[in-house]
Design a protein around this ligand. Structure first.
Ligand code: URA
Length: 287
């Protein structure tokens, strides 16, 4: 029997795992043979026992070798994101003539297309201006959003609101939505089939709004729109081209709640967005 891990160390491990989760590295598996832990690859001898939420043993995360990673170019000039192989998630999405946000909401209806409907209270469609120049895309509703039917109204949402206001805007000036419109149980990341089912509606929302800039909040949004396996740290803060629009990925506000030191980086990203939108940057304090 392995020695139980002291609680303080357990806490540190849990924090570290959450950090990896925020970077989009979610599953860590324990090797039952007792050799070092690796992240969720497909090794047949590694048991698929998720230990992210309850780290009871010491885990040494190794960087994931990601197959089929998309080359997401740093953009001084904006260049297209290169798709890896096979059709993009969005290629199957037909253009809807004279599409509107109410039409998309109507098409979603009382959706039961994926398993997320089983645990949801309210569908969280999106909120804000249909003419917004700036769209924020999050991951999926949490408990507060599920209860109210509105995106980003919980703790992370309050921080997002503050960020929007720091940019000199109000929530009603932008549009806020998520990759999936129903709350994943226990706030787990949406699974690929859920993303595949729901994200065409996101695509339609963005196509209707035609924003100048899309900001992806966190790895799930970025990976979904860019169709990449790359970790968000590799392209965070860089201008990318997405279907003819400018896209920037930054950290999710929930990540900032746990890692306030990263707020400066996000603020720098948002200042780039402000410049792009012609918003006035805050004056530098003179010393
Ligand atoms: N986190 C998200 O990604 N979306 C929300 O709407 C709320 C929290």
């Amino acid at each position: 029997m392995p020695e139980p891990t002291p609680e303080s160390l357990q806490q540190k491990i849990e924090e570290r795992l959450r950090y990896y989760e925020d970077l989009g590295i979610r599953l860590f598996y324990r090797d039952r043979r007792g050799s070092p832990i690796s992240t969720g690859g497909s090794h047949p001898e590694i048991s698929k026992e998720p230990v992210v939420r309850a780290a009871r043993e010491i885990i040494v995360p190794k960087p994931i070798e990601l197959p089929n990673a998309v080359v997401t170019r740093p953009l001084e000039r904006i260049e297209p994101v290169i798709s890896p192989s096979g059709p993009s998630l969005f290629e199957a999405v037909d253009k809807v003539a004279d599409d509107t946000l109410p039409k998309i909401r109507e098409d979603i209806g009382d959706c039961t297309r994926c398993k997320l409907h089983k645990g949801r209270h309210k569908i969280v469609f999106g909120d804000g201006s249909a003419k917004a120049q700036l769209v924020f895309v999050g991951e999926g509703p949490g408990a507060d959003e599920d209860a109210q039917g509105l995106p980003f109204v919980g703790r992370a949402g309050k921080l997002l609101t503050q960020m929007i206001e720091a940019m000199g805007l109000q929530r009603k000036d932008v549009y806020i939505c998520n990759v999936v419109k129903c709350r994943p149980p226990e706030n787990r990341a949406p699974e690929p089939d859920e993303v595949a089912t729901c994200s065409p509606y996101l695509l339609r929302q963005i196509d209707v709004i035609q924003p100048k800039v899309i900001v992806c909040l966190g790895a799930v949004a970025a990976k979904t729109l860019l169709q990449t396996n790359r970790g968000i740290t590799q392209f965070r803060g860089q201008w990318l081209e997405w279907r003819g629009r400018k896209l920037m990925a930054t950290y999710h506000p929930a990540y900032l709640l746990r890692n306030p030191n990263a707020k400066g980086e996000v603020w720098k990203d948002l200042q780039k967005v402000m410049t792009e939108l012609g918003l006035q940057l805050p004056k530098k304090k003179s010393s």
